[in-house]
Design a protein around this ligand. Structure first.
Ligand SMILES: Nc1ncnc2c1ncn2[C@@H]1O[C@H](COP(=O)(O)OP(=O)(O)OP(=O)(O)O)[C@@H](O)[C@H]1O
Ligand SMILES: [Mg+2]
Length: 455
């Protein structure tokens, strides 16, 4: 009979899981402490274990590691009411099969347990590296969407799969990429970033693949490309949607074979780096419009992560705000340690078109103005009024900056947000346009939503 061990110190949870899973035809063994759980695990050899993280006598993560070290380990479903990034990543990294947040949902339990039993028949537990260092960059967030992202990051530490991170500007795509890298087998190797929109097209190819001496005028010596510099680490292609179409096919060839030649070179080089790319554009739409190769798009998004806009996870705002306040104190020696009443409510009510980056800027600027230990509501209001998305109340803004902003937006709309074309029409370089887009917090009109791929 299919046996499941449930370890949790809350009697109502134990009793209801016992009844619920019993009715579904499982043999349920329960334990209210870590020690009891370990003993019953050795006695009954369950195929699936549901394990609480916080137990009175032991840490669930330690029990997880012990259980998984046993021969023929079970599938372990972690449960917790205190979800945070480190524990979720740590649990997934240690080999947990799933991670459920309390309060538990009956439908989710049923599906997860059923899947876990099916999986336990299919394969054994995969080896987990012991020497992976703990994550250093911290992604703040407890929303269900962020928890899913933490789980995916945890799973990605076991492989070198190619990842595409999508989301609006300032949502934390680069931070997610860095965290994936830091949690990978090869975190000691470099993560090399290439901003596909910031480099002149002709240089891009040699930036990526490198060039040999004499390959073109000015190539006085052989230079390794970013792929080579990444070694076994990570190549992070930022703004990947801007990759010129000519280079897209060359890059596809590289992804297919993981081989490349330097510009002007004759020798084939092998690469073993992981490719993570990021974009704030709707890639599927670019593919539909023939601006981005469909085959390359699918190659890039073997694993796809969508980082939602901040307005869709307002529950994360209080923690983020406090985090940035502490960061300001650390980085700029500001005195403020708390927010005046009403600040958090005000922050939660904003549209945040510049997302987490804008929130960070507002908190930083407001805490720099604060003289005492509290950030006052009025400082926040002032910063919000000055930031992206400002509504000019009454008076017409005659400033040159305001006209520039309107004109750039108009041009971007005209080119349907094709930035290279807009830069051409405006008579400025692409990097200059990018910095102006950033400065004014300009955004494509429709936010898009994209489901996360199952990996
Ligand atoms: N969840 C988070 N927790 C803590 N800091 C965050 C979080 N999300 C974003 N940040 C911070 O916000 C800033 C913007 O994040 P990041 O550069 O990763 O965004 P992005 O999505 O790559 O933006 P862009 O599309 O403009 O390149 C960074 O300083 C980052 O550290
Ligand atoms: Mg970025």
């Amino acid at each position: 009979m299919r046996t499941i061990l449930v370890v949790d110190d809350e009697t109502p949870i134990l009793e209801s899981l016992d009844m619920f899973l019993g009715e579904k035809g499982y043999r349920v063994i329960t334990a209210a402490t870590g020690a009891d759980g370990e003993m019953k695990f050795r006695q009954h050899h369950p195929e699936v274990v549901m394990l609480d993280i916080r137990l009175p006598d032991k840490n669930g993560l330690d029990i997880l590691k012990e259980i998984l070290a046993a021969p023929n380990p079970p599938k372990v479903i972690m449960m917790t009411a205190f979800q945070d990034m480190e524990t979720t990543i740590e649990a997934m990294k240690s080999g947990a099969y799933e991670y459920l947040n309390k309060p538990l949902d009956a439908g989710e339990i049923e599906r997860t347990v059923d899947r876990a039993f099916r999986m336990s028949c299919l394969n054994g537990h995969s080896e987990i590296p012991e020497d992976v260092p703990p994550p250093t960059g911290v992604i703040i967030g407890k929303s269900p969407q962020m928890c899913e992202i933490f789980k995916t990051i945890g799973m990605l530490c076991r492989n070198q799969a190619t990842v595409l991170i999508q989301g609006e500007t300032g949502t934390g795509k680069e931070l997610v990429a860095r965290t994936i890298h830091q949690n990978s087998f090869f975190s000691d190797e470099p993560m090399i970033t290439m901003d596909c929109s910031a480099i002149v097209e002709t240089l891009l190819e040699s930036e990526l693949f490198g060039h040999s001496r004499g390959a073109f005028t000015g190539a006085v010596e052989t230079k390794p490309g970013k792929i080579e510099l990444a070694g076994r680490g990570t190549l992070f292609l930022d703004e990947v949607s801007e990759l010129p179409i000519g280079l897209q096919s060359k890059f596809l060839g590289f992804l297919e074979r993981k081989e490349y030649m330097r510009v002007g070179g004759h020798r084939i080089h092998k690469s073993r780096c992981r490719i993570i790319s990021a974009t704030n554009q709707d890639m599927a739409e670019l593919v539909r419009r023939g601006r981005f190769r469909e085959d390359l798009y699918y190659r890039l998004k073997v694993v796809s992560i969508f980082v939602p806009p901040l307005r869709d996870r307002i529950g994360d705002i209080p923690d983020l705000a406090r985090h940035f306040l502490q960061k300001a104190a650390r980085d700029h020696c500001t005195e403020a340690r708390q927010f005046e009443d009403g600040v958090i409510d005000l922050l939660c009510a904003q549209p945040w078109i510049g997302n987490v980056r804008q929130l960070q800027n507002v908190i930083m600027a407001a805490s720099l103005q604060s003289r005492g230990r509290r950030v006052l509501l009025e400082y926040i209001e002032r910063e919000l009024a000055a930031g992206p998305g400002r509504v000019l109340s009454g008076a017409i803004d005659f400033s040159l900056e305001s006209s520039e902003q309107v004109h750039i937006l108009k041009t971007l709309k005209h080119t349907q947000w094709h930035r290279s074309r807009a830069a051409e029409l405006l008579g400025i370089s692409l990097p200059t346009l990018r910095s102006k887009i950033q400065k004014y917090g300009l955004q494509p009109p429709k936010p898009y939503t994209m489901p996360m791929n199952d990996i």
